[in-house]
Write a protein that binds this ligand. Structure first.
Ligand SMILES: [Fe+2]
Length: 296
């Protein structure tokens, strides 16, 4: 399959060197009251589909008048065999028309089976067969939303014995064949490398450089269990120094695309999350704050 020239030339309307914060129930009021400087906020389209009326929906609609937005889904279940939710994709297409600065992303995963939604992002068997299937799904989604899709690499705690390729090769092939792009979550890449004994820097170097169009930064938690250590992306703490280093390296390899600070649990006062956004901005500007360094 040949990449469409339109998809190859595509860049998000948001622009490069932009830094943003995820919108959530806990920070909406503070964002409205304080209206801090942010290049964008990230919104879940599911909340625009499900939360009709109510305070949060009102806040969300107000905030998307004030800030540029990106749309990040968690319920598309790209890797599922269930039919695509056409109503949801129509909503996304309409949102992208309303917000030309925006883009729509979801995950390289599946999360539903028949009528059941697992509220979790489950990894895919990485094989030629599932790759073919995902390519068809991604093309249907891109046709429906009339825009390129961005897919995020997930964190995972298990791998399938039936996989015949690794995650990076799978994602490289998926983006090359369909013209979709990678939303590179550096925390997820780091957590997977730790969980499976890989070198995160080497994984980063194997990503197809032209495929990256956005970044996620977040904190992950090291948990001790009976059978060893697990790194879990709870998104409830500051970004780890090792992940800031990976981000600096990613900017060199792939360029300064829009970068989101994700903080979704144990959410501190807004100023604390904004301090993390300011670190993103400083690293994009070519600095590397002392507070981001290993051992700081
Ligand atoms: Fe993420």
């Amino acid at each position: 399959m040949v990449q469409s020239p339109i998809a190859t030339a595509w860049e998000p309307g948001l622009g490069r060197r932009t830094a943003g914060l995820n919108l959530c129930h806990e920070n909406a009021e503070a964002l409205l009251n304080e209206q801090p400087r942010l290049d964008f906020i990230q919104v879940h389209p599911e909340h625009l589909l499900q939360e009709k009326g109510g305070q949060y929906r009102h806040q969300l609609d107000q905030l998307r008048q004030i800030y540029a937005v990106t749309f990040h889904g968690f319920g598309l279940s790209v890797g599922s065999i269930a039919p695509l939710n056409r109503q949801y994709l129509q909503l996304v297409r309409d949102l992208l028309r309303q917000h030309p600065e925006s883009f729509f992303s979801d995950h390289v995963s599946w999360s539903s089976l028949s009528q059941h939604h697992f509220h979790d992002l489950i990894p895919i068997v990485y094989s030629e067969q599932t790759l073919q299937f995902l390519c068809e799904r991604v093309e249907q989604i891109q046709d429906a939303i009339e825009a390129p899709l961005l897919l995020e690499n997930i964190s995972s705690y298990m791998r399938f014995g039936r996989s015949t390729m690794d995650e990076i090769d799978f994602i490289n092939a998926l983006t090359a064949r369909t013209g979709c792009y990678l939303l590179l979550d550096l925390n997820n890449l780091y957590a997977n490398a730790m969980n499976f004994g890989d070198d995160p820097a080497l994984l980063l170097e194997r990503i197809r450089p032209d495929s990256v169009r956005s970044y996620h930064m977040a904190g992950c938690t090291e948990e001790q269990h009976e059978r060893g250590t697990v790194w879990i992306d709870y998104h409830r703490e500051p970004v780890r120094p090792e992940v800031w280093s990976l981000y600096q390296k990613a900017l060199e390899l792939f360029g300064p695309w829009s970068t989101l600070l994700e903080w979704e649990n144990n959410i501190p006062p807004l100023q604390e999350t904004l301090a993390e956004v300011r670190k993103i901005e400083r690293i994009m500007a070519g600095e590397f704050p002392a507070s981001c360094q290993v051992g700081a």
